[in-house]
Design a protein around this ligand. Structure first.
Ligand code: C2O
Ligand code: CU
Length: 521
């Protein structure tokens, strides 16, 4: 093994492989296809195809650092964030722009940034040891990528449980040809909060591994149950739930006028909590999910799992103060904001608008807008992804093994790939694919929603299809940060018949070869 700057052991630890007892294997043996390296020519070519001549370049500086967050009413908590606030400040660009982000890590631990949902070049995806080395404390990393698709996105770390601190920011990509008519737009970021108030995320993980907490109760057949999810709401008890960094006692106010149309871009940045969202006195017209448009559908309420996004439009029904509520599903607490179009008191933080019990958005309600549907076709390749684990030791698996031991799903560029998720656990899982936006298979409908994260309920399979048009090495994982850390990840590996150059094999990211070969072996 050559001497890359990232030691193998550290690589394994940071990538969450959780196992050192793995034999090293060679890369690109004579017969086997080689994994496409994260910065290989295939990746460069895909980026060139995305990049428009004269594309605007947006320079941003992002620093991860310890800070004191004010969660409202003088509640100050020490945490980690991107900049001076939680959420970190939003990045807003136009589709096709190039993001050039100088990232500086002032945390005491190594970290990375993952640009959730963006079909970006593989070597900017932020997965340590797989697409880039970690960014050490005090070090910087320059991210630069074309952001091809408009929509509501966000970014967060891809190391350990960093996501369950205050490290998250919206990334809004405006559509130069925006068809939607609305008067105002607000970004709504939901989060479940423990850091600085009670146990740290790492302490929660220790509890889970030791069989303590809501997860253990649920495994034993008890604990609060969500009918919608056919499972519990999560594995961790949080001190607070936040909307745009505020607890519900001191909600943010979204100002509007009667009759105006507001577009809310709702992002769930929580680590372990699905939220049921409703606006008192209003219905929600869902126009996009995970950035991509759907045929508009109007409902009373919707469930947003970790890392999902929903864009909804509402027409302000009158003069008043309306609670925008996000109830932590099966956790008996909520986050809140208010829409203010007139005088009046802010409702109590325990308010439960009746819309919460009205018509809820279902997977089968969502049909991709025609402009973003995949062309009709049959999959070239179908993989089963079986979700398992969660028993003693809190090990979660995909296809029977935790990450690092399970076999990467190999694909070739240009293929249409189908993933059949089946859930053998007692918990729901929001499954996320990096670098691609899949299309949910919606039997009887022309096309389900285009999404990058979708809920898989126990005993209810989910099938998705995507075009393998973004070469590299990509993660498929549960976006419950604790499940992910417990091993619920899998690699989607583009392979090629070309022989890798010796430089590709020797580079730190040539480690990808070991990663894949090791898991296949
Ligand atoms: Cu937002 Cu690997 O995820
Ligand atoms: Cu999960």
């Amino acid at each position: 093994m050559p001497g890359p700057s990232l030691s193998r052991r550290r690589f394994l630890a940071l990538a969450g492989a959780g196992s050192a007892a793995v034999a090293l294997a060679g890369c690109g043996s004579a017969k086997k296809a080689s994994p496409v390296p994260a910065s290989g020519p295939e990746v460069q070519a895909a980026e060139e195809a995305r990049r428009r001549s004269g594309a605007a370049v947006r320079d941003v500086a992002i620093t991860a650092a310890a800070l004191t967050a004010d969660l409202g009413d003088g509640l100050q908590v020490p945490t980690w964030g991107y900049g001076a606030t939680v959420p970190g400040s939003e990045i807003r660009i136009k589709a096709g722009d190039v993001v050039r982000a100088r990232f500086t890590n002032r945390l005491p631990e190594a970290t990375t940034i993952h640009w959730h949902g963006i079909s970006l070049r593989n070597d900017m995806d932020g997965v340590p040891g797989m697409t880039q080395p970690v960014v050490d404390p005090g070090a910087s990393f320059d991210y630069e990528f074309t952001a091809p698709d408009p929509g509501t996105y966000w970014f967060h770390p891809h190391v350990g449980l960093h996501l369950d601190r205050g490290l998250y920011s919206p990334l809004i990509i405006e559509d130069p040809a925006e068809p939607g008519a609305y008067d105002r737009e607000y970004v709504v970021v939901l989060d479940d909060w423990t850091d600085g108030l009670g146990q740290s995320p790492e302490m929660h993980m220790e509890d889970l591994r030791a069989g303590r907490g809501p997860h253990a109760a649920h495994q034993a057949g008890g604990g609060p149950h969500s009918e919608f999810l056919n499972s519990g709401g999560g594995d961790v008890n949080y001190a607070l739930y936040l909307l745009n960094g505020r607890r519900s006692e001191t909600p943010v106010e979204f100002v509007a006028r009667r009759g105006e149309r507001i577009r809310f871009r709702i992002i769930n940045a929580g680590a372990d909590t699905p939220f049921r969202v409703a606006l008192g006195g209003h219905q929600l017209t869902v126009t996009h999910t995970d950035g991509f448009p759907v045929e508009p559908v109007t409902v009373d309420t919707l469930m947003i799992a970790m890392a999902e996004r929903y864009d909804v439009t509402v027409t302000v029904a009158g003069d008043g103060v309306f609670p925008l509520v996000a109830v932590a599903e099966a956790k008996a607490d909520e986050a809140m904001a208010v829409v203010r179009s007139g005088a009046g008191d802010v409702p109590p933080s325990s308010v439960r608008p009746r819309e919460l019990d009205g018509r809820i958005l279902r997977r089968s309600d969502l049909v991709a807008a025609e402009s973003v549907r995949l062309p009709a076709g049959r999959p070239d390749r179908t993989y089963k992804v079986s979700l398992g684990g969660g028993d003693a030791g809190y090990v979660w698996t995909l296809n029977g093994k935790p990450h690092g031991k399970n076999k990467p799903l190999e694909v070739r560029q240009g293929e249409r790939v189908r993933l059949d998720f089946e859930n053998t656990t007692t918990m729901f899982h929001p499954m996320h694919l990096h670098g691609h936006t899949f299309q949910v298979v919606n039997p009887g409908k022309p096309a389900g929603a285009r999404k990058d994260t979708a809920i898989v309920r126990p005993d209810e399979p989910l099938s998705v299809e995507f075009i393998a048009d973004n070469p590299g090495q990509w993660m498929i994982h549960c976006h419950n940060n604790y499940h992910q850390e417990g091993g619920m990840m899998l690699t989607l590996s583009y392979v090629t018949d070309r022989a890798l150059t010796s430089q590709e094999r020797a580079s730190p990211l040539g480690l990808v070869c070991d990663w894949v070969a090791r898991s296949v072996g």
